[in-house]
Design a protein around this ligand. Structure first.
Ligand code: GAP
Length: 507
C-alpha cells in the first residue's frame, strides 16, 4: 500500500470516482472545505447515523432524542461563551497572502521536533538490535532529552500566552522559532489576531446589528436550552441523557483536510445529566462505552487511542478525545467532556429562568452536571473510509480496489446480477430483486462481464453479490459471493434474505 499521503489522495479520488463524496459546487471550481455526499456516501452516512442513534437512544431507556433548529436566539451564544471565546488565533503571511492558525504553525513545529526524536529512536534501534531498550534510550540519550526540553519550553510559553491572550508574544514565538510560510518560504508575518469561528447572518427583513444571528457551531446548545422541556415532558429522572444529530457550522481557517475539517459538518452529540459529584464516575463510564461503540464496528482496536486533556476548557473538570489513526495521523474523532454545570447555569443566568432538577431522593433541587459525548459524523465516515479502502494483488497479478466496509454499514448490501442478458436470466433476477429490495438496499446490474461487475461492487463495498445463472432456472438456487474472501456459495433463492441478515450482524 502507498505511503500515507498517497493513500489519503487515493481515498479522496476513490470517494469521488465511486459516488461517495464530491467537492461542493465543483462546476464553479468548488467551495473550500465544503463537501457533498453522493449516492453511496449518503447511504453510508445514514447507516452510521442509524448505528449511533440505535445504540445511544433506542438501547438506552434513559436517553431521549431531539432535533433542534439550527437558528437559535443569539443570546444563547453569549451565554455559552461562543461570542467571546470561540476563537482561533490566526496569522497571515504577507508574501503568499495565506492565512494560518498560529497554534497549528507552532504545533507543526513541535511535531517536527518529535519526528527528530523518533528518528533517533529508529537509528538506535537499528544499531543496538535486540538489546535495544526504548524506555531507557528515551530517558538517557542527551539529544532526545534536549529535544524534549525544547518541546516543553515551546509548549509552556505558547499555551501560557494563549491563556493570557498575549497575541504579541505568540507572534514573537513564531519569529523566534524561525517558522516560515510553507508556500512563500518567508518569515514576513502579520500580527496575530483572534478570529471568531461562527458564521453570522441576519434574520428578518431589516438589516441591522440587532437582527444578527448565528449558524450554530455545535448541536449541544440546542440540547441545553431544551433540558427542561424534555425532562418535564418525558418525566425523566436523573441520570438521563438527550441526544441529537445535526449540522454545525464553523468558519475554519485551516481547511485543507478533505472531510476531516469542514465548514459545514454534522455532529452526533449526547448530553448526560447527572447529580453533582457523580460526574467523574459517568465520565469514565461514557469513555468506555464510546470506545466500545467504535471497535464494535469491526475496526481494529489499535486504530483508536484516548488523549486525555491536560489543559482543560474553563467549563470542564475532565476531558478526553478518542483519536483515530487517519492517513493524516492520529487525530480527534470524538470528545468526551465533563462540562460541570457551566452551560445550564449560564442559560439560567442569561434567560432568567430557573433550570433545575428536583431530586426526590434527597428532597433537594440542583442544577445538574453534564457529561457530553460529541462525535463528528463526517470524521466517523472518514475513519470508516480510511479503514475500508484496500488494494489487493490477486493471484493473477491484477489489483482489486476493495472497500472492506463493515457489512452492516455498507451502502448497498447486495447486488443482483444475471450472468447473461438472455435466456430469461434478467427476468429471474428481476423477480429476486423485487423481493430483496424491501429488505435491503440492493442494486441490479446486467451490464458488462460478471468479473467486471464484481469489481464495481467491490469498489463500493457491497458485501454480497447474488448471481443468477442457468442452474437457477432449473433448481431455484443462486450463487452468493462474499466481498472480502471472494468465496462463492450456492444457496436457495428463499434463503437469500436470511443468509444476508445473518451476515450483517454488528461485531
Ligand atoms: N459540543 C462539544 C463540541 O462541539 P468539539 O470538540 O468542538 O466539541 C466535537 O467537536 C466533534 O465534532 C469533534 O470531535 C469532531 O469529530 C467534530 N468536528 C469539530 N469540528 C469539525 C469540523 N470543522 N469538521 C468536521 N468535524 C468537526
Amino acid at each position: 500500500m502507498a505511503n500515507n499521503e498517497d493513500l489519503f489522495k487515493k481515498i479522496i479520488a476513490h470517494a469521488k470516482e465511486y459516488g461517495f463524496v464530491f467537492q461542493s459546487s465543483e462546476i464553479y471550481d468548488g467551495l473550500s472545505a465544503v463537501y457533498d455526499y453522493g449516492q453511496y456516501g449518503v447511504e453510508l452516512k445514514n447507516n452510521i447515523k442509524d448505528y449511533w442513534w440505535k445504540s445511544m437512544v433506542q438501547y438506552h431507556e434513559n436517553i431521549l432524542g431531539i432535533d433542534s433548529a439550527i437558528f437559535m436566539h443569539p443570546t444563547i451564544w453569549k451565554a455559552s461563551g461562543h461570542v467571546d471565546a470561540f476563537n482561533d488565533p490566526m496569522i497571515d503571511n504577507k508574501d503568499s497572502r495565506k492565512r494560518y492558525r498560529a497554534d497549528v504553525l507552532v504545533e507543526d513545529h513541535i511535531a517536527k521536533i518529535e519526528a527528530k526524536i523518533q528518528k533517533e529512536v529508529t537509528k538506535a534501534a537499528k544499531r543496538f538490535g535486540d538489546s535495544f531498550d526504548k524506555e531507557q534510550f528515551l530517558t538517557t540519550n542527551q539529544r532526545v532529552l534536549d529535544n524534549k526540553e525544547r518541546i516543553n519550553t515551546i509548549s509552556k510559553r505558547f499555551y501560557s500566552s494563549l491563556d493570557k491572550d498575549d497575541l504579541e508574544d505568540i507572534k514573537l514565538l513564531i519569529e523566534e522559532l524561525g517558522i516560515v510560510c510553507p508556500v512563500s518560504g518567508s518569515k514576513n508575518w502579520t500580527e496575530v489576531r483572534q478570529f471568531n469561528l461562527m458564521f453570522a447572518t441576519k434574520i428578518g427583513s431589516v438589516s441591522d446589528d440587532s437582527n444578527e444571528i448565528y449558524l450554530r457551531p455545535e448541536t449541544a446548545q440546542g440540547i441545553f436550552v431544551n433540558y427542561l422541556n424534555v425532562q418535564k415532558s418525558g418525566r425523566m429522572k436523573i441520570p438521563f441523557g438527550i441526544a441529537q444529530i445535526g449540522k454545525a457550522f464553523r468558519n475554519e481557517i485551516v481547511a485543507r483536510q478533505f472531510i476531516f475539517r469542514m465548514r459545514e459538518f454534522e455532529q452526533m452529540e449526547m448530553q448526560f445529566f447527572v447529580k453533582p459529584g457523580e460526574e467523574l464516575k459517568w465520565f469514565e463510564y461514557w469513555k468506555d462505552k464510546r470506545l466500545n461503540w467504535h471497535t464494535a464496528m469491526g475496526i481494529p482496536a489499535d486504530k483508536y487511542r484516548f488523549h486525555d486533556h491536560e489543559r482543560l476548557a474553563h467549563y470542564a473538570n475532565a476531558a478526553s478525545d478518542i483519536e483515530f489513526d487517519f492517513p493524516i495521523g492520529f487525530k480527534e474523532l470524538e470528545g468526551i467532556h465533563s462540562r460541570t454545570d457551566f452551560d445550564l447555569k449560564a442559560h439560567q443566568e442569561y434567560s432568567g429562568r430557573k433550570i433545575q432538577y428536583f431530586d426526590p431522593e434527597i428532597n433537594e433541587s440542583y442544577v445538574p452536571y453534564v457529561v457530553e459525548t460529541s462525535i463528528g459524523l463526517d470524521r466517523t465516515f472518514l475513519a470508516v473510509l480510511s479503514h475500508s479502502y484496500n488494494e489487493e494483488t490477486l493471484e493473477d497479478g491484477s489489483v482489486r480496489a476493495v472497500m472492506n466496509i463493515p457489512p452492516f454499514l455498507a451502502p448497498i448490501k447486495a447486488a443482483v446480477l444475471p450472468l447473461t442478458k438472455k435466456d430469461g436470466l434478467p427476468e429471474k433476477a428481476r423477480e429476486i430483486m423485487e423481493v430483496l429490495k424491501y429488505d435491503y438496499m440492493c442494486q441490479y446490474d446486467e451490464k458488462d462481464a460478471i468479473g467486471k461487475r464484481y469489481r464495481r461492487q467491490d469498489a463500493i463495498g457491497t458485501p454480497y453479490c447474488i448471481t443468477i445463472d442457468h442452474q437457477t432456472l432449473d433448481d431455484n438456487t443462486v450463487t452468493i459471493r462474499e466481498r472480502d474472501s471472494m468465496k462463492q456459495d450456492r444457496i436457495a433463492i428463499d434463503q437469500i434474505s436470511e443468509v444476508i441478515r445473518n451476515r450483517l450482524k454488528i461485531a
